[in-house]
Ligand binder design. Sequence first.
Ligand code: HEC
Length: 138
Amino acid sequence: MRIILLLSLVLFLNACFEADKTEKNNIKFGKITFDKNCVTCHGKDAQGVVKDWKKRQADGRFPAPPLNGTAHTWHHSPKVLLSIIDNGGVRFGGSMPGFKNKLNAAEKQALLDYIYSLWPKEIQQKYDAKFKQFGRGK
Ligand code: HEC
């Protein structure tokens, strides 16, 4: 009986560890995908590249906002974020291109996981409380 208990504990811990590893790999994959496709506009670690992302640029358009929790990205549900990544902002008069046919579902999910990982703990908790039912877009 003891052996069985011990064995299930080991299996359980192993499963937790594996889940954690998968999450970390996904974040790493998200960062690679971000660095390839998004970093020129959204900046290193998604911090943004301008001082004030709320100020229109010379061409009348808004600059790319930071996605790291200092702007309002975390107010959007995972569904909305995926739709922004898919369709961009051009159709709303913005300048972000759409990535619908450039990235696959795994890459987009990894991007969401990466962006989420950049947010401070309190914001992640607020986000989970509000959008848990969507499982972060999964
Ligand atoms: C050519 C520059 C450019 C590139 C490349 C780009 N974006 Fe954007 N992004 C923007 C701009 C500008 C906005 C603001 C809306 C607009 O003007 O289209 C934006 C908005 C967003 C938003 C909404 C943020 C919010 O707080 O509402 C998300 C999420 C986002 N981008 C994610 C990404 C991801 C992920 C990638 C890479 C796959 C990416 N962007 C690539 C320029 C870019």
